[in-house]
Structure formats: structure tokens, C-alpha cells
Design a protein around this ligand. Structure first.
Ligand SMILES: C[S@@+](CC[C@H](N)C(=O)[O-])C[C@H]1O[C@@H](n2cnc3c(N)ncnc32)[C@H](O)[C@@H]1O
Length: 265
């Protein structure tokens, strides 16, 4: 069952425009860039688990994919289902409401960092593996072990001793133990070390093909990011640079998010 703090957090409606400000547009652009290279060609059936308001499902449907969103938050599901070509239902990554081998691709862009126990994350991977067809792909997002420390520093959350305590816990074991939900430091969450991804995936019977940095080190570009994104030539140059280093192991943890691309062995 979904923890109430996670439901309460998302019911505040933040996912509607999370990717529109700050480092959000870079996360979106780069995630889309990777998806267009790793998903099977359209038309293919995509199960978007944790798809929220359909921020990726809508554009994928517009590109010719058949997309079904599964998300535990009813408000997300209603908004996703209102997008042209997208269907949606309430559900949980650990017990997907989908038959075996019914999708060409399964996206887990969000559920994994909300599952604090390794066994639960492995369950989500195993469910994705059950639902994806042989030859299909599972793409999952994780938040880096070091993202909260640097993000908190830049946004001055780090001035709050409660936040400093949260970061200490993350650095030791990955768990962001959000003891005071009123402070809005996200929800309790799990922030991955890039090197532990392959083990979680293989325990679920899948094999990691690639682990790819989403924003790379540029998620901390601050106000310069908006200037770069307003200039198509510089945006293309930035995307080219990020593609060149996206699988560089020494840079993976410097990205706020990374994506694992997995398949059946
Ligand atoms: C930060 S949002 C990401 C939304 C979108 N996929 C994206 O990448 O921008 C995380 C999403 O995961 C969903 N989620 C949280 N726990 C989940 C679970 N156990 N199963 C499925 N989805 C879950 C939330 O409701 C939310 O929509």
C-alpha cells in the first residue's frame, strides 16, 4: 500500500508543472532524448508506471505509441487520462494491473525512489519484467545518492539542521527519512548509488543494458540553464555533450537522476 505521506505530497498537485521550472526542463529534455533512443519504434505498447499527469505519456501518444499510465494517485490518473490517446488507471508498481507479456516497454519513472526497501524495489522491477514482452525494454529512473546534499545546499535547505540530518542518513544508507512532512523536503525516499542498480535488477530476473545519466553535472547550471535552453544552438550543443558522457561511470552519480535500461536475459 502507498504510504500516506506519498499520497498527501502528490495530492498537492506539484507534478502538474514540476518539469516547467528550474532544472525541470533539462530533466524533461534529456529523459525524452533517452526515451526516443531506447523505446521500440511506434506504434508500440508502453506501460507508463508512475506516469503522474502523463507528462511523457501525452507526447508519446502524440508520437504514435499506445500508452497506458498506472499511478496510485487518482488526481494524476484523471489528468493523464484526459490527454489525447492516453489511457490510465490507479495502480501500484509492486502489483501491476496488467497481464503477463502485454507491453513492448515498461517505464518506471518515479516509483523506485518512493520504495524504501530493496525488496520492494526488486518487486517493482520483477512486475515490470512480468509485463514486458520478450525483447521489450524496461526503463527506470533513480535519484542519485548525492543529489539531496547538493540540491539542498544550492537552495539553502541545508541551513536547516533537520535537512542536514536527512542528508547524513542518505549518505550512510540511501534513505531520506523525511521525519517532518510539514517541512516539504519531498517524501521519504531512497536515493541510489549507481553501482547498486545492476544487483537490484538482476535479483528481479532482468539484466541492465545501460545506466544513463539524465542531467549529468549540468543540473546545477542555475539561472544560466534557462538562457541556454532559450537558444536552440546552445541547447543542441549541451545535448550533444551530455550524450557523449551519459554512460561515463565516473560521472553517473554527479547527475541528479539516472536511468537504467533493462531487458530479459
Ligand atoms: C516525481 S513523480 C514522476 C512522474 C513522472 N513519471 C516523471 O518522470 O516526471 C513520481 C511518480 O511516482 C508515483 N508513485 C509513487 N509510488 C508509486 C508506486 N508504488 N507505484 C507506482 N507509482 C508510484 C507518484 O504517484 C508520482 O506520480
Amino acid at each position: 500500500m502507498l504510504r500516506s505521506e506519498v499520497m498527501d505530497y502528490y495530492r498537492r498537485g506539484g507534478e502538474r508543472d514540476r518539469l516547467a521550472d528550474g532544472q525541470g526542463p533539462l530533466e524533461y529534455l534529456r529523459t525524452w532524448d533517452v526515451l526516443t533512443r531506447v523505446l521500440p519504434s511506434a506504434p508500440a505498447e508502453v506501460l507508463d508506471v508512475g506516469g503522474a499527469t502523463g507528462v511523457y505519456a501525452g507526447p508519446l501518444a502524440a508520437a504514435g505509441y499506445r500508452v497506458h499510465v498506472v499511478d496510485p494517485v487518482p488526481e494524476h490518473v484523471a489528468e493523464a487520462a484526459s490527454r489525447p490517446g492516453v489511457t490510465a488507471e490507479v495502480g501500484d508498481a509492486r502489483e501491476l494491473p496488467a497481464p503477463d507479456r502485454s507491453a513492448d516497454a515498461v517505464m518506471l519513472l518515479g516509483p523506485l525512489y518512493h520504495l524504501l526497501d530493496r525488496a520492494q524495489r526488486v518487486s517493482a522491477w520483477r512486475e515490470a519484467g512480468r509485463v514486458v514482452r520478450p525483447g521489450g525494454v524496461v526503463v527506470a529512473a533513480m535519484i542519485s545518492r548525492w543529489a539531496s546534499m547538493f540540491d539542498g545546499f544550492v537552495h539553502a535547505y541545508y541551513d536547516d539542521p533537520t535537512f542536514q540530518g536527512l542528508v547524513e542518513g542518505v549518505l550512510v544508507g540511501g534513505v531520506h527519512d523525511n521525519v517532518d512532512p510539514e517541512k516539504s523536503f519531498f517524501t521519504s525516499a531512497y536515493f541510489h548509488h549507481p553501482e547498486e542498480v545492476a544487483g537490484e535488477v538482476s535479483d528481479a530476473g532482468l539484466v541492465v543494458e545501460r545506466v544513463v545519466a539524465v542531467e549529468g553535472p549540468l543540473w546545477q547550471a542555475g539561472p544560466r540553464l534557462a538562457e541556454i535552453l532559450a537558444d536552440p544552438e546552445r541547447t543542441e550543443l549541451m545535448l550533444d555533450m551530455l550524450r557523449r558522457v551519459e554512460e561515463e561511470p565516473s560521472l553517473l552519480g554527479a547527475s541528479s537522476h539516472f536511468l537504467a535500461v533493462a531487458r530479459h536475459p
